[in-house]
Design a protein around this ligand. Sequence first.
Ligand code: PLP
Length: 405
Amino acid sequence: MRIFEKSTKLNNVCYDIRGPVMDEANRMIAEGINILKLNIGNPAPFGFQAPSILLEKMSENLSKTEGYSDSKGILSAREAIVKYCKKKGIPNVTVDDVYTGNGVSELITLSLQGLLNYGDEILVPAPDYPLWTASITLAGGKAVHYICDEKANWYPDIKDIKSKISDRTKGIVIINPNNPTGSLYPKELLEEIVEIARQNDLVLFADEIYDRLVMDGLEHVSVASLAEDLLTVTFNGLSKSHLIAGYRCGWMCLSGDKSNAKGYIEGINLLSSMRLCSNVPAQSIIDIALELEEETKELLRPGGRIYEQREFIYNAINNIPGLSAVKPQAAFYIFPKIDTERLHIVDDERFVLDFLKDKKILLTHGGGFHWEKPDHFRIVYLPEISQLKMATDALADFMSYYTQE
Ligand code: PLP
């Protein structure tokens, strides 16, 4: 009898945010156990609501958006994205350089499938948003991880990046603001990364999906704005900033010098047309959404929900013996460190699994973000403070089992 195995193309492809620990949580949920899920950056289940104008416009548009669109997307959306790129100083972007997608996720995979040959290397941060590593592997490439330094606000370590470049390196991924650390990179650091890309002929892949979720009066700088002479692919979307992750609405744009990328662009166009187009009703609100910035920004100011939850989680984590965390400046994640020099924890996946079973709270282990040492985990701090308090009290209690050893 023929056995249907998974494709060998999937060897070494993993996406642990929705991996074995989440499978265990789902098993517990099926048994009727209530689980607090702090593992996925999905605002809607935590009472965040999309700006009502977006819902009105989308429903108004439903009858006009029944058909397929151009593979790259409808013109009004692409024009609005071009305008947004201009505002961010991203150079040399026309409507022809913009591709809408069913979330940024689809476009990450597509952009790598279109470029990589077997064995090509792409530099990816550690910790990373793991879809990048998974998509590089699936495309036949090799993700080479560069270290982000917790002691330096989780900024990329420039020396480490340089040391990881080989003659097979084709590009570098920059996730800014970062998931899972919540770090926001300063302009000077981005300039150093651009210089490395310049000297080594690398494509810059800039994942900036959290660029509108920045706190403390800081400004996000698009790396593409510093790289007029390089090919840059910038990714962005409405899932997080407009609290509509379920509508699947993202885009990517090619900027800078595209003169040496005709073949790559042909590949992207082919792959883009093979998936016909992205969800057209979701595209139809991009223009309005990008004019709405101020409304969503309220959440990030003192008194706003995300800001206050960030303050709470940061203080609560740092008050738990055995844990510490750098203060996130953007997005809605914190990436605490476990003091494994004092505490006997050797397997971070086991740690979050035990915590899940004991406290009915789901976290993601650091290894899920390609962090090598078993000493970190990620918390999504989207729930209300009352729920976060419950979670951090549970964590304090759970950590005390180890500190008493
Ligand atoms: N990039 C980063 C850094 C993310 O954190 C996420 C989702 O969590 C995505 C991309 C994918 O977002 P979407 O596919 O919803 O646009």
